[in-house]
Design a protein around this ligand. Structure first.
Ligand SMILES: Cc1cc2nc3c(=O)[nH]c(=O)nc-3n(C[C@H](O)[C@H](O)[C@H](O)COP(=O)(O)OP(=O)(O)OC[C@H]3O[C@@H](n4cnc5c(N)ncnc54)[C@H](O)[C@@H]3O)c2cc1C
Length: 383
């Protein structure tokens, strides 16, 4: 999908990072705390991202995208997540859902991708179901043909921005009994008759809430069925995992930066707590975690952008995703611990950092799913 690549750390790449960092300072930093407290997604944030050219970063120019690659998606997620990983995740969702529409869509589906990039059509990606989390092929939502339309029934769960989005890019079973081969994505209007979204309250992702979506005989025009299904989302999950690793890379840096400053200025027993090796070494270890994740994430992104077949990048992607999601839990726990009793209050950000990180091991393929992918790539007969 990507156009010609700028070399690593080139002027172009640094300029893109500066653009993302300035956007994060301007549009995320002043906005996230209220969004977090109220658990409300600020739609104007998505529109501001579109105006800044930061929606559809890796989508083709033919639909208005920036035609960049996984590396730039990672830079966007890292810089945005430094300000707040939860508003940043809304950008990740747009890249994934918009990518499916742009890559596998036609006609009206491409118009939706264009509208998404222009800031006029917020998207959600709806795959997970109550009985199909990591086990996507077990999904039950089904679509039956009725004249020129499809009629969808079933339930989706944990859909980020499921009630705020204008369109859900939603996976359903179209051929009963055909398993993973009989699945297709549909671009479903969120305001369709028969579609109901109810909030699932979590302690994570609060500014980008998650929803249970009930589909009761929802009628979708045939032209909204996409030529993409299980295989395409599995490949898409790999690109998404690079963005997920970058998201936690950004978050780790913020948590660590805060903890270092706290350890330098908070005194106990007449000296800064960071003068104790036991504290300083935990922070030094966290620095090592950040740097390891940085190298793994951008190594995976550059390998992806070099156009290698998927089978040759899965090992890099799963390794980066696994390490990032493990490290962010360690680093944010360290920050929480350095904060002592005050770290547990809402007067300091340490608890928020740690709570936000708790979703890292779970989504877009859990730790176990990444370990299984790595083991298989190592040639182990791991089922
Ligand atoms: C905040 C949040 C936002 C989300 N946003 C979206 C979204 O926008 N769109 C969407 O479609 N989904 C979304 N999800 C869903 C998310 O991807 C799923 O929660 C995830 O896939 C886990 O599903 P589950 O809870 O059913 O876990 P399960 O699949 O039931 O897993 C439970 C546990 O069992 C382990 N396990 C499962 N299978 C195996 C195995 N074969 N070997 C070893 N261990 C195994 C898992 O690692 C995990 O620890 C979101 C989830 C959350 C929490």
């Amino acid at each position: 999908m990507a156009g010609p690549r700028a070399p690593a750390n080139s002027v172009e790449e640094r300029a893109f990072r500066d653009l993302c960092a300035a956007f994060a300072r301007r549009e995320i930093a002043p906005r996230w705390q209220q969004a977090d407290r109220e658990r409300l997604f600020p739609r104007e944030f998505y529109q501001a991202a579109a105006r800044a050219g930061l929606v559809g970063v890796a989508l083709p120019a033919a639909v208005g995208g920036a035609d960049l690659g996984a590396t730039e998606e990672a830079i966007l997620l890292e810089e945005a997540s430094k300000a707040n990983p939860n508003l940043a995740v809304a950008l990740l969702v747009q890249e994934v859902a918009g990518g499916l529409l742009a890559e596998f869509g036609q006609g009206e589906q491409l118009d939706l991708a264009r509208a998404n990039i222009a800031g006029d059509c917020l998207l959600a990606i709806a795959v997970t179901e109550p009985e199909a989390g990591n086990d996507v092929q077990n999904l039950r939502t089904h679509a039956r043909r009725d004249g020129a339309d499809w009629v969808l029934s079933g339930m989706k769960s944990f859909i980020t921005l499921g009630a705020e989005a204008d369109v859900l890019v939603l996976l359903a079973q179209t051929e009963p009994g055909a398993g993973r081969r009989g699945m297709r994505f549909f671009a479903v209007d969120r305001r369709s008759a028969g579609l109901r979204a109810t909030r699932i309250e979590t302690q994570v992702n609060r500014p980008a809430p998650t929803y249970r979506i009930v589909l009761d005989e929802v009628r979708v025009p045939g032209r909204r069925m996409m030529e993409a299904g299980f295989g395409e989302i599995m490949a898409g999950f790999n690109r998404e995992r690079i963005m997920v690793a970058a998201r936690w890379l950004g978050h780790m840096q913020t948590a660590l930066g805060w903890a270092v400053e706290y350890a330098r200025t908070r005194t106990a027993f007449g000296r800064p707590i960071g003068a104790n090796q036991s504290i300083a070494f935990q922070l030094a270890q966290a620095h090592a975690d950040v740097e390891a994740v940085r190298h793994l994430t951008y190594h995976a992104a550059r390998r992806w952008d070099s156009g290698l077949p998927l089978g040759e990048v899965i090992l890099d992607v799963s390794t980066a995703k696994l390490l990032a999601t493990q490290a962010v839990v360690r680093v944010t726990q360290t920050a929480l611990h350095v904060g002592g009793g005050w770290g547990l209050t809402e007067e300091l950000p340490a608890m928020r950092y740690a709570l936000d990180a708790l979703v890292a091991p779970v989504t877009v393929g859990s730790w176990e799913i990444q370990l299984r992918a790595i083991a298989r790539q190592m040639g182990l007969p791991c089922d």
